[in-house]
Design a binder for this molecule. Structure first.
Ligand code: ATP
Ligand code: CA
Ligand code: CA
Length: 432
């Protein structure tokens, strides 16, 4: 969960990797953005470009702090995708590569992936397996067409696909995508829903120790929750989810989930103020030559900390903040400007609850279909190996993508029904 990440500073084990990722992104994205826009051709989807960075610099790349290789995949496709998702090019670069530290969220899943948040929490870098990388490249064209016809897709918005490698190190593939959760709103509850019940329970006892843990299907059902969308929003959501799942089924993808963050307007932000303070990153010096290094070797002064805390409180109170740095002078609301035009991200970066009578509800939902790069074949192989070691075969049987998607749609649609609707459906069933 987004609440507290580990700041990636020079002493961090993944500092070199993070530095190389950002340096590579900065170089390749600027390089593509600098050119005149043009239409995409078939070859753009398979394109890859390799760059070598070294300490001295060469005719192609500027000097960097470390020697590393960087691969940029389908740069023109991602440039167009970013435009479709209304990401401002300068803003994108600024968020990911200006003089700010990333924050690392260990490996929240079982997959071994690492997650890094951009300094403003708008973007997430996720390291992915080679198989996921290959899948994304393979389906990129379908994904692109889907985004064209479904601008409001709930599926993760991918903004870039890259690879880094240090000498003698292993290849690290990663994607840049949207952070579904907003920088300026506390998320009071998080659910990761798949529509399955096996292993989909977070131990309620452990909630005390970790009140912001990501809960699962059974926790949701136990709470007897439902999405309060009202009739109109409900249709929009269900229809979009169905179209998204149809794509994932066609591409034989499974294991994805609906990530749900709930912000309770009644609770507001205050209770999490301390954690939020930790999320604000350190601005660095003004030296442009080695900004990241410079920034990371400096410890923040008390004054800076105090200014940031003040800035933060002002954001929370929704007052005009005193800019702490020219690159952070925007309000979070403005930072999420582009998202306003997307149905599910249009109410303060999310989707506001609505009562049946159309009156606004007390909650804002932050929703998206995440972890959608697992191919059926990959799961099956993995489970096969696992099954060889285990007796408990039926419990973990992966169901094929068709069934996975149908079950997902059925489950999530069910959660959008009001208690009355569920009751009516049940009694209709009884009469049969
Ligand atoms: P596994 O394969 O074991 O499920 P994973 O490493 O592939 O794990 P994900 O399922 O993609 O990881 O994500 C793990 C958690 O990270 C999610 O439950 C969620 O809390 C957070 N997360 C992932 N993607 C996003 C996103 N786009 N926005 C906000 N939070 C995210
Ligand atoms: Ca997952
Ligand atoms: Ca995964």
């Amino acid at each position: 969960r987004v609440v507290v990440g580990t700041k990636v500073d020079m002493n961090h084990v993944n500092w070199v990797t993070a530095y190389n990722m950002l340096t590579g992104i900065r170089f390749t994205v600027s390089r593509t953005n600098a050119k005149m826009d043009r239409d995409l051709g078939d070859s753009d989807f398979m394109a890859k470009h390799k760059f070598s960075f070294d300490i001295t610099g060469n005719e192609l790349t500027p000097s960097a702090k470390y020697d590393f290789k960087f691969k940029d995949y389908a740069p023109w496709v991602f440039r167009h995708l970013r435009a479709k998702f209304q990401i401002d090019p300068a803003d994108y670069l600024m968020s990911l590569t200006s003089k700010y530290i990333l924050s690392e969220l260990g490996s929240p899943g079982k997959s071994g992936s690492f997650f890094y948040f951009s300094r403003d929490y708008k973007y997430i870098i996720k390291t992915i397996h080679h198989a996921e990388h290959k899948l994304l490249r393979k389906v990129l064209k379908d994904y692109y067409s889907h985004v064209e016809t479904n601008p409001n897709t709930l599926i993760s918005q991918f903004y870039g696909l890259h690879r880094v490698k240090i000498p003698y190190g292993r290849k690290i593939h990663f994607v840049v995508m949207n952070n579904l959760f907003p920088p300026h709103r506390d998320i009071h509850q998080t659910f990761d829903l798949k529509g399955s019940t096996i292993g989909r329970d977070f131990r309620e006892e452990d909630l005390e120790r970790n009140p912001r843990a990501t809960l699962k299907d059974l926790n949701w059902l136990r709470r007897n929750y439902h999405f309060e969308f009202g009739p109109q929003k409900k249709t929009l959501f269900v229809e979009q989810m169905k179209r998204d799942v149809a794509l994932l089924q066609k591409l034989k993808i499974m294991d994805y989930s609906l990530l749900v963050g709930i912000h309770d307007l009644g609770k507001g932000n205050e209770e999490n103020l301390r954690d939020k303070t930790l999320q604000i990153f350190q601005p660095g010096g003004d030296d442009e030559t080695e900004p990241q290094v410079k920034m990371l070797t400096r410890t923040p002064s008390k004054l800076e900390n105090a200014r940031q805390a003040k800035h933060l409180r002002q954001i929370i109170k929704r007052e005009r903040p005193v800019p702490i740095d020219k690159s952070t002078s925007k309000m979070p609301e403005e930072m999420l400007e582009g998202r306003k035009n997307f149905i599910f991200y249009s109410n303060d970066g999310g989707f506001r609850a609505t009562h049946e009578d159309g009156q606004p509800g007390e909650e804002i939902y932050y929703l998206g279909i995440i972890d959608c790069l697992t191919h059926y074949g990959f799961v099956k192989r993995a489970e096969h190996i696992w099954k060889g070691l285990s007796n408990n075969k039926s419990q973990i049987s992966p169901i094929p993508p068709e069934g996975y998607g149908d079950r997902f749609v059925k489950f999530i649609s069910g959660l959008t029904m009001t208690k009355e609707e569920v009751g009516r459906e049940a009694s209709a069933g009884d009469q049969l």
